[in-house]
Design a binder for this molecule. Structure first.
Ligand code: PEP
Ligand code: MN
Length: 287
């Protein structure tokens, strides 16, 4: 791994813990479980998501408002209106929120409303965006490029760190290969390698890797078993009606069941899933 100066471990127990909110962190012994839809579609949708997930061992909510779609004719996200929905849901549930940033011009607004800024696969090597994210003081969730090598992934993180932001979370989300049965190939070997060579938290997105909901829960469990610091999973109140990535979305009950099922695996690898009781009581007022 040439030239990476800041991202690699300097000793075997060198590990960065990224604080996402007052109560939620990733990279330490707590396992991070993130759930939420591919895209923020409406206030009602996000309230349904948050009111179910706040009852489950889920620590953060995801939802895209700037969506990188293959077709320019597909839904592009709610933009600022979506950010306001995320902020309202965060306020009422107490759960931190994660959303994607696609352009430098979006950073200021997203950093105002969200807790973690996600760099999507398609932007992993958007070096100007990475440099700009190095200058903010919010955590960045950096997803691996569709066909990025581990070295390219590490060097992308290095851009953010070298511009001053140490709070980077790496995310393996599947890489392109020849087989079309799954949307991508979940590279758990990369997770093990990244955990060995870098000090950054590494989480796994089994949803975009699998592309099929029936594969997601087992892949999430495998990710935790091999040492991932967390998982980020797409779910929706009415999965088949999702405006994007419907085929891979879990129902909210499936998401909650998956989160529950991770505790035995987490315990086997020396991790704990913080219970809701361990956090400040949720200011939940959805019902
Ligand atoms: C997403 O998280 O909704 C997304 C677009 O992911 P990726 O960048 O990994 O494709
Ligand atoms: Mn998606």
């Amino acid at each position: 791994m040439q030239k990476a100066k800041l991202t690699l471990k300097t000793s075997p127990d060198h590990q960065t813990i990224v604080q996402i909110s007052e109560q939620v962190s990733v990279g330490g012994s707590d396992l991070l479980i993130v759930g939420g839809p591919c895209a923020v579609e409406s206030q009602a949708q996000m309230e349904a998501v948050a009111s179910r997930l706040v009852m489950a061992p889920v620590q953060a909510i995801r939802g895209g408002v700037y969506k990188p779609r293959t077709s320019p004719y597909d839904f592009q996200g709610l933009g600022l209106e979506g950010l306001k929905i995320l902020a309202a849901v965060r306020e009422r549930s107490g759960l931190p929120v994660i959303t994607e940033v696609m352009a430098i011009s979006q950073i200021e607004a997203i950093a105002t409303y969200a807790d973690v800024l996600q760099v999507g696969s398609r932007n992993m090597q958007n070096f100007d965006l990475l440099k700009a994210l190095g200058e903010i003081n919010k955590p960045v969730l950096l997803k691996r490029g569709l066909a990025a090598t581990i070295e390219e992934f590490v060097m992308a993180a290095e851009y953010i760190l070298s511009h001053g932001n140490p709070n980077v979370i790496l995310c393996e989300r599947g890489i392109r290969s020849f087989d079309t049965y799954t949307r991508n190939v979940l590279d758990l070997g990369a997770v093990v390698a990244l955990k060995q060579i870098t000090h950054l938290p590494v989480i796994v997105d089994p949803s975009h890797a699998a592309g099929k909901r029936e594969l997601v829960a087992d892949l999430a469990r495998a990710a935790v078993a091999c040492g991932a610091d967390g998982v980020i999973v797409e779910c929706h109140p009415e999965p088949e009606k999702s405006v994007s990535d419907a085929r891979q979305a879990l129902s909210l009950d499936e998401m909650a069941n998956l989160a529950e099922s991770l505790s035995a695996i987490a315990a086997a690898v020396g991790r704990t899933i913080p219970s809701r009781a361990g956090t400040s009581s949720p200011r939940l007022s959805f019902v």
